[in-house]
Write a protein that binds this ligand. Structure first.
Ligand SMILES: [Zn+2]
Length: 485
């Protein structure tokens, strides 16, 4: 692939600006060499190949900063090959893999090496890695520095305490009904230590923020009131106050990240926000006080609401939970107004048997939404009602995630950047049914199956390589592991 070009009525996003005129993007050695207006383009230039995408939208490839590909160790849940094929088919050109749900967790130089080895020659898009901040390394700055020097793009911590004996299993915390938990949770002191080490590296700390302080279960004890097949039982078990309490505590340490503060240079990013009330207000306040803080939410919190989740349909179980329709409206408002900085998939699959689809027990089923391939059409389709623009999609899914992950040459279409590009047709409608080419390993556990969506991805380029086109992938897996230097 020598050149990707746009012609005809193509709408082309240079960086984030929509140019209604006609442009041609020249790609050379994996990077964008020039962006030329139609009337100025030189057909006698040395372009090797010219592709005309007609009416399609040409946009920077999506960067998903929150995906669990479960490789090595649990590749039967997803794995790098199917996960990155699904990403490519969904217009994602870079994803950052979470340090948990694979085995072992990515918490040291050695375990990062295992990740890189598992990814080599098996990834269809570029993949970076977050390292884990866990109690065993949090008070050991040299261990953390060793992990950061080995190339993780930042650290991830699970700040989640469930202080009662109820069998609730979260996406980030409890591994599966066998009771494995190989990614221990952190507290405020660990977070503070992590931030002070990260400051030197100017890399972020991502945090799953949920905390249950009461020793009592929030579930009532009345006989029959807590049907485990009822979504409301699960929802009650993880109220918005769990997010709020965690975020309130986290924000006591983020003042260290202010300019001139002891952790100036570090940054705290709150993952998968679901509560759009008090939790969001706290984040707004911290930003107002110049704490270095950002927040993401995920398409499933923007697409679904608790009211529509049928009894026993554990495909919708995730943590924090999908809340009511009013919460969803407020979440959209926050995204549209810029209080939520970016979106991520939090693709967190497992094997169908652990989703307990037949039993339908929300309290025992694996928590995690399978979505990787669908995030672009989902954001676009469900965003229509709110007037989502292409520029906003590029901001939430490309530019800001690139900044969080420290990828200066990604996230926008600009001369000198990597030619990471998605070509897609926003008007094309499709049904996510058995006939649709789905590339995630276990389509049956995805809450999106059966939905009608708008926005079909026609081609995806990673570093100028055409990795996906109309349902087919390139024969070679030519994505590369991205390591921080
Ligand atoms: Zn996650």
């Amino acid at each position: 692939m020598e050149a990707a070009s746009s012609a005809g009525d193509t709408r082309f996003l240079s960086g984030l600006l929509l140019h209604p005129k006609l442009y041609q993007v020249e790609v050379k050695d994996g990077k964008i060499a020039s962006i030329v207006k139609e009337e100025e383009k030189l057909w006698n230039s040395k372009l090797g190949q010219v592709i005309d995408y007609g009416d399609a939208v040409v946009m920077p490839g999506l960067i998903d900063v929150h995906a669990h590909l479960d490789d090595p160790g649990r590749s039967e849940w997803e794995g790098f090959p199917s996960g990155t094929k699904a990403a490519a088919a969904g217009g994602i050109t870079t994803l950052v893999d979470m340090p948990l749900n694979s085995f072992p967790s990515t918490v040291s130089r050695e375990t990062l090496k295992l990740k890189i080895k598992a990814a080599e020659n098996r990834i269809y898009v570029d993949v970076g890695f977050w390292g884990g901040l866990v109690p065993e390394n949090a008070f050991n700055p040299s261990a953390l520095e060793d992990l950061l020097n080995a190339g993780v793009l930042g650290l991830k911590a699970v700040y989640l305490i469930i202080a009662f004996g109820l069998a609730i299993r979260g996406a980030e915390s409890f591994m599966c009904p066998s009771g494995i938990n190989d990614f221990p949770m952190t507290n405020t002191s660990h977070i503070k230590e992590g931030l002070s080490v990260l400051a030197k590296y100017r890399r972020p700390l991502l945090v799953h923020a949920e905390i249950q302080k009461d020793l009592e279960s929030p579930l009532g004890h009345e006989h029959g009131a807590n049907d485990p097949r009822s979504y409301s039982t699960y929802l009650k078990s993880r109220p918005p106050s769990m997010e709020e309490t965690a975020i309130r505590e986290l924000l006591t340490v983020t003042k260290d990240t202010r300019i001139g503060g002891p952790a100036d240079g570090a940054h705290l990013h709150i993952v998968h926000l679901s509560d759009s009330s008090s939790s969001l207000d706290l984040i707004k306040e911290a930003k107002h006080n110049s704490d270095s803080v950002t927040v993401e939410t995920c398409p499933h919190y923007l697409a679904f609401s608790a009211e529509e989740i049928q009894d026993g349909d554990t495909r919708f179980k995730c943590a924090p939970p999908i809340r009511d329709a009013a919460n969803k409206e407020k979440l959209w408002e926050a995204v549209m107004e810029g209080h939520i900085d970016m979106l991520s998939s939090d693709h967190s699959p497992t094997e169908p048997k652990l989703k307990l689809l037949e039993e339908g027990n929300f309290l025992k089923a694996w928590g995690g939404i399978s979505s990787l391939q669908f995030v672009l059409p989902v954001t676009w389709s469900y965003g229509q009602k709110y007037g989502v623009t292409l520029e906003q999609l590029a901001l939430w899914w490309s530019e800001r995630p690139a900044r969080l992950a420290g990828q200066e040459l990604k996230g926008s279409i600009a001369v000198g950047n990597f030619a990471d590009i998605v070509v897609w047709e926003p008007e094309v409608e499709f049904n996510l049914n058995e006939e649709y080419p789905v590339h995630i390993k276990h389509p049956s556990i995805s809450a999106y199956m059966g939905r009608k969506l708008n926005g079909r991805v026609s081609a995806t380029f990673v570093r100028g390589n055409l990795v996906y086109k109309d349902g087919n992938h390139a024969p070679a897996a030519c994505g590369v592991p991205i390591l921080a230097t």
